[in-house]
Design a protein around this ligand. Structure first.
Ligand code: DI6
Ligand code: FE
Length: 390
């Protein structure tokens, strides 16, 4: 996927030279002789894309919420369940009780499912601890996964995911804890690459998130936001004004929000899995985002409540079928634009100098990647230029 005239920037009969884990050259292979010191690998005419990047997941947590899934199918709404103490709070209870090894093992299994589809970078959020100790534990588990598995893990602090039950209605008390204790502790231990918040009626207001984000920025951490999923709270424009890397969901994004994101260069991260599982009908304004030049990324938003899916290829399919992305936009959304949503400019495209994170596919055309729901045509993965054991 190089910049160029052909759809996807596709180069036929291409070759890629890898040196020291980076792409040293890419182009038409014809007539290109390898140096005597080089090893040549024939991929049999298969498609090579950048390794996939899931830029929004909540992979670390305990338990599951299948009981709520049944209730929702019987008519209960997500907000109702949350207000009764279910929803995020029920995963928080399970996560606080779990030991680190269990959190690591279950997250690793989920990660392996994503990795089987050519994933080379994944973002993982905290947010099911909501007290200092459990939030730090979640982030340490995410960091440990990154050290143990052959995939890059980007960790995001999501302490502002919900008001924890022990704070009752004391919103101000939890805000103070977040801003004065949790954020500085997370920053001091270097446990997060960014800070996220859930800006929604069931979670935090735009003003509350604004205060958290100001503090995050002062600590040198970039911000991103769950915004405008169930209502237009103006969160996206606020986050964009603080240079947010991304705003995610965006079903209720306003024209002002789109303008603010376009001016700030903020990425729109779509989460079609959550839209699908919740049976939503209001779609994110894809056409307006496209017209404004806002880059769109596609994520699984894997979480136990609203998007328990573990397939980025399926999320790409849903982004096409449900939101109207083209298959090319879906692939860009799971590669180059996902990298941008994470503030990473060293990956996501097959360009000289970028990291040699590559996925090799048994398909004839890149359109097939988001086409056959449930199939996994991934043939091989290269992480930093080295084939990854599957
Ligand atoms: N992402 C989130 O973090 C929330 N919704 C979403 O799409 C809450 C997830 C949950 O219910 O656990
Ligand atoms: Fe999420």
């Amino acid at each position: 996927m190089q910049a160029g005239g052909a759809p996807y920037g596709l180069v036929r009969n291409a070759g890629i030279r890898i040196r020291n884990g980076r792409i040293a050259w890419v182009g038409a292979a014809a007539g290109r002789e390898e140096q005597p010191t080089e090893e040549r690998l024939d991929l049999g005419g298969r498609l090579v894309t950048p390794g996939l990047i899931d830029c929004h997941t909540h992979l670390v947590y305990a338990g599951n919420r299948a009981n709520e899934w049944s209730r929702r199918l019987a008519g209960a709404t997500y907000e109702e369940i949350a207000r009764e103490g279910g929803g995020i709070a029920s995963t928080v209870r399970a996560t606080r009780e779990a030991v680190d090894d269990d959190l690591l093992d279950t997250a690793r299994d989920r990660l392996h499912a994503l990795m089987a589809e050519g994933l080379t970078t994944v973002e993982i959020k905290s947010g099911y601890g909501l007290d200092l100790e459990t939030e730090l534990r979640m982030l340490r588990v995410a960091r440990k996964l990154g050290r143990k598995e052959n995939v890059d893990v980007i960790a995001t602090f999501l302490g502002a995911h919900a008001l924890p039950p022990e704070h009752g209605d004391n919103r101000e008390g939890y805000l103070r804890l977040l801003v004065e204790d949790m954020l500085p502790a997370v920053a001091a231990e270097g446990l997060a690459d960014a800070v996220d918040a859930y800006c929604e009626g069931v979670a935090f207001t735009t003003d509350e998130v604004g205060e958290i984000f100001e503090r995050a920025r002062a600590l040198g951490l970039p911000v991103r936001l769950h915004a405008e999923q169930f209502s237009d709270s103006g969160g996206a424009a606020m986050a964009a004004s603080l240079g947010a890397l991304s705003c995610d969901h965006l079903e209720y994004l306003s024209p002002e929000g789109i303008d603010a994101m376009a001016s700030a260069g903020t990425v729109a991260v779509l989460a079609p899995g959550a839209y699908y599982y919740l049976g939503e009908t209001r779609k994110p304004p894809v056409e307006a985002l496209r017209a404004a030049g806002v880059p769109m990324a596609v994520s699984t938003d894997h979480n136990p409540g609203t998007s328990p899916m573990l397939s980025l290829l399926a999320a790409m399919n849903m982004a096409c079928v449900l939101f109207g992305l083209t298959p090319e936009e879906a692939l860009r959304g799971a590669t180059v634009n996902a990298a941008r949503a994470l503030g990473l400019n060293d990956r996501g495209s097959i360009v000289r100098g970028k990291r040699a994170d590559l996925a090799v596919w048994d398909v004839q055309s890149p359109d097939e990647l988001s086409y056959a729901l449930g199939s996994n045509p991934c043939y091989r993965v290269y992480k930093n230029g080295v084939p990854r054991e599957s």
